[in-house]
Each structure stands twice: as structure tokens, then as C-alpha cells.
Design a protein around this ligand. Structure first.
Ligand SMILES: Nc1ncnc2c1ncn2[C@@H]1O[C@H](COP(=O)(O)OP(=O)(O)OP(=O)(O)O)[C@@H](O)[C@H]1O
Length: 238
């Protein structure tokens, strides 16, 4: 596999909820322009890993570098400002606000964004027709598109997506894959927690498999058995 410059470089990451340690000595990287999958059973620690990167849970690491900058002690908004966009599992869109208003809220005051509304609607044509709709009246898949779109307007270099296809209709998963592939072709990097092997295999170059807060396996996405879900996949890999 051709090696790419490292964008996200994590070594020895541990994280806690209160006194309970959830992550143990995780090391992983995401290269520039690369898409990396985090897979594992429910409760393995994928979401917590993402929250730890964003400074949303107590964490400690030997190294936590993004684009050469130490992010270990940064608060969430500073991590985001450096260029990491995060879409949590529950999407966190504003249900009372319209699509256009949700996008506006993703913009950083005073910072120009490459992602004008026109660019967003070109990437997600489906959202264009919904721009005046309230977020809460849209389907799960439409809300997921909006959540990804809203994180884009912050101009990220790395997108962290927690289960982007969960609760999303297959037709919208296909549209999402198309949009993510276009983003990847334009140089975007990704860390994706995903149970849907279709999306993983379409987008990701490499995968890390987690169990009980530890990394158990890593390798090229081609080494993952086709068509299996992450539970079956994990059993085969062990
Ligand atoms: N807010 C919390 N407080 C305490 N423990 C938590 C909290 N959130 C998650 N956990 C625990 O941390 C562990 C890892 O959970 P996490 O959500 O990171 O797993 P996951 O791999 O993302 O699984 P899922 O796909 O179900 O979200 C689990 O044992 C879970 O019960």
C-alpha cells in the first residue's frame, strides 16, 4: 500500500467516563486523503474514541497530533477550529430550525468557508429541495446528510463520522456514499465508525477493529471479508 503523510497520529490513548476507564492504550493513524474505518461490536469503544479525539471525554495519550499540532489538551471548539469535523451518532441537528438555518449555525463567525450553500447543495442535491424544511421533520437519512453538510461548512480537513448509515434508508446510504466519495476525491480524510460493510468497503482504505476498548486488529480494507457485518467480521479476524 502506498504510504501517505500522516494527518492524525494517535499513540497510547486512554479515556474515562468518571472513574471507569473505557479506552486502553489505543494507537492509530489517519493519513492525508485516507479513509479509515473503526469497527467492532456495540460497546467496543468506537464512539468513545471519537469523543476522546474531540475532547468530549477525559482522555490522556502519549501522542495526539493533528496536522502536526498537539491536540491532547485542547477543548472541543479548538479541535474543531484546527480542522476536524465531527458528526456524532445522534447527529445533533437543530430540529426546530430549517436546513438553511442549521447550515448557518455551522459557520464560524468571521471565517470564510469554501462551503457556500451552493457548494453544499451541489454535493447533496437532495438537501436543496428541503432547504426551508425544519430539521425535525426530515427522515433519519436526510438529517444525517444535513449533519455532514453542517460539519463541512466549518472547513474540516478530517471528518469523523459516527455510524453515518445507522437508521438511514438504503437509497440515502447510496447518496451518502456518492457524496463521501466525491469529498474523498477532493482530498478529504475520514475516520468512520460503521456497521454497514457496504459503506466501509466503498469509502475506506484501512480498518481498525476494536474490542473492549482496545485495538485488536488493523489492516487494509481488502482484508475484511466482503459482505459481513462488523460482528461477523470481527469473529473472522480474531
Ligand atoms: N456516558 C457514558 N457513561 C459511562 N459509560 C459509558 C458512557 N457511554 C458509553 N459508555 C460505555 O463505554 C463503553 C464503550 O461505549 P461506546 O459507545 O464507545 O461503544 P461503541 O463501540 O461506539 O458502541 P455503539 O456502536 O453501541 O455506540 C461501553 O461499555 C459503554 O457502556
Amino acid at each position: 500500500m502506498r504510504s501517505v503523510p500522516t494527518l492524525l497520529d494517535i499513540e497510547g490513548l486512554a479515556a474515562w467516563y468518571g472513574e471507569a476507564q473505557i479506552l486502553f492504550d489505543l494507537s492509530f493513524t489517519v493519513g492525508r486523503g485516507e479513509a479509515v474505518a473503526l469497527v467492532g461490536r456495540n460497546g467496543a469503544g468506537k464512539s468513545t474514541t471519537m469523543k476522546a479525539l474531540m475532547g468530549l471525554v477525559r482522555r490522556r495519550a502519549r501522542r495526539m497530533a493533528f496536522a502536526g499540532r498537539d491536540i491532547a489538551a485542547l477543548p472541543t471548539h479548538e479541535v474543531a477550529r484546527l480542522g476536524i469535523g465531527y458528526v456524532p451518532e445522534d447527529r445533533r441537528i437543530f430540529t426546530d430550525l430549517t436546513v438553511a438555518e442549521n447550515l448557518d449555525l455551522g459557520r464560524r463567525p468571521g471565517a470564510a468557508s469554501l462551503w457556500t450553500d451552493a457548494a453544499i447543495f451541489e454535493l447533496f442535491p437532495h438537501l436543496a429541495g428541503l432547504r426551508a424544511r425544519a430539521g425535525g421533520s426530515m427522515s433519519g437519512g436526510e438529517q444525517q446528510m444535513l449533519a455532514v453538510a453542517r460539519s463541512l461548512v466549518g472547513n474540516p480537513e478530517l471528518l469523523i463520522l459516527d455510524e453515518p448509515s445507522e437508521g438511514v434508508a438504503p437509497i440515502i446510504v447510496e447518496q451518502m456514499i456518492g457524496a463521501l466519495l466525491r469529498l474523498k476525491a477532493s482530498g478529504m480524510s475520514f475516520l468512520i465508525s460503521e456497521q454497514n460493510s457496504l459503506l466501509c468497503e466503498a469509502i475506506c482504505n484501512r480498518a481498525y477493529v476494536m474490542e473492549q476498548g482496545e485495538m485488536r486488529w488493523q489492516g487494509g480494507i481488502d482484508a475484511l471479508p466482503a459482505g459481513s457485518d462488523s460482528v461477523g467480521l470481527f469473529t473472522k479476524l480474531k
